[in-house]
Design a protein around this ligand. Structure first.
Ligand code: SF4
Length: 359
């Protein structure tokens, strides 16, 4: 428990809070764009500890939450092809599509299997050569390297029955689009896990083009408070820059091996984000040499993006415009047991984090 104790040390927490209260003079709005941060900030009650000058916003950091309903509809459509197995991470199972979920489809007889790694799909593809295996891949730079490895393995094994449905996304275009949007942001608490892969350079454009500070931050109370203090200091001194608070995990150059894998397998595409709509060059699709594994290219999957559930304000929450408690269904009709929208389904969703730690 060494690291847990160190980064939850009450004396350090008190010291950082004292420094934050002394430093913060001007109102500042700081956004996190990481589901892990959303949960940690709520779990440790960080907003209640800060002076009223600092407002924390939650952005589009939960991969399940930003993935559109049409992606679920496409996975369901694929599941209805005869002799098909869908392999998926568990957190996608309960995400609502336009009229069903993968969980419901499984109950109705579709062959849908939960996997812990996309590589499990390769083993299943080898075991059932007469079946088509589809892996719906979601997530940011943290999870996409594992999908890249899976595609390379499928190529190496000369598989003809493995397909990727990709909704993998990269973070910086969405962060930049939000700055132009109606929500006012003065600095980013940058995602710790994504940055272990990408390094810190991906945020340079946010500093250079928009003048916003970026601090890559860890997930414990001391991490979060230190990251906030670094951003407040930058803001008060008018000196925005990219800094790494989470130095024990993130190097400026990132994970070069993982970045090479991503570059080998994927290229950028325009992609749809819940709350933001179409974000240019924010998604990952397979490069031409891997097109035999691309579910979008090999199957008729052109489906429109359906409207959100009536009354669900998940999109506005993902932009930092509203809080889950602003939703009339929050905690009444919509709960983790009976989720209405994606933000309540995912353990990293704002609505579920609020439900668990704020009610
Ligand atoms: S509480 Fe439920 S219905 Fe309301 S915004 Fe969140 S996910 Fe949507």
């Amino acid at each position: 428990m060494k690291h847990i104790d160190e980064y939850r040390d009450k004396k350090l927490v008190d010291l950082l809070l004292k420094q934050i209260w002394e430093t913060s003079k001007t109102p500042v709005r700081l956004m996190e764009v990481c589901g892990g941060h959303t949960v940690a900030i709520r779990k440790f009650g960080i907003p209640e500890l800060l002076p009223s000058t600092i407002k924390l916003l939650s952005g589009p950091g939960c991969p399940v939450c930003v993935t559109g309903k049409s992606f679920i509809d496409k996975a369901i459509k694929l599941s209805k092809i005869p002799e098909t197995i869908i392999t998926t991470y568990g957190d996608l199972m309960r995400v609502p599509g336009s009229s069903s979920t993968l969980e419901n489809e499984r109950a109705n007889g579709a062959e849908i299997r939960m996997v812990y790694s996309p590589l499990d799909s390769i083993e299943i593809a080898k075991e059932y050569p007469s079946k088509k295996i589809f892996f719906p891949g979601i997530g940011f730079e943290t999870t996409s390297p594992a999908t890249a490895v899976t595609v390379l393995q499928a190529k190496k094994e000369k598989l003809d029955n493995f397909f990727l449905l990709s909704a993998h996304k990269i973070m910086p275009p969405a962060m930049e689009m939000l700055i132009d949007d109606e929500v006012q942001i003065d600095g980013y608490i940058c995602p710790g896990h994504v940055s272990t892969i990408t390094g810190s350079g991906i945020y340079n454009g946010i500093v250079e083009n928009f003048g916003l500070g970026c601090v890559i931050t860890g997930f414990e109370p001391v991490d979060l408070l230190q990251g906030i203090l670094m951003l407040v200091k930058q803001f008060e001194s008018g000196n925005p820059k990219v800094e790494i608070q989470y130095k024990r995990a993130v190097k400026a150059v990132g994970n070069i091996k993982a970045l090479k894998l991503l570059d080998e397998v994927f290229e950028l595409k325009d992609d749809w984000w819940r709350g933001l709509g179409n974000v240019p060059k924010s998604g990952l699709k397979l490069k031409t040499e891997f097109k035999k594994f691309d579910a979008e290219l090999n199957f008729q999957l052109n489906l429109p993006e359906p409207k959100e559930e009536k009354g669900c304000i998940c999109g506005e929450i993902l932009k930092g415009l509203k809080l889950p408690s602003d939703c009339k269904m929050f905690g009444k009709i919509c709960t983790p047991e009976n989720p209405v929208g994606a933000c309540m389904v995912s353990t990293e969703g704002s609505c579920q984090a609020f439900y668990k730690y704020q009610l």
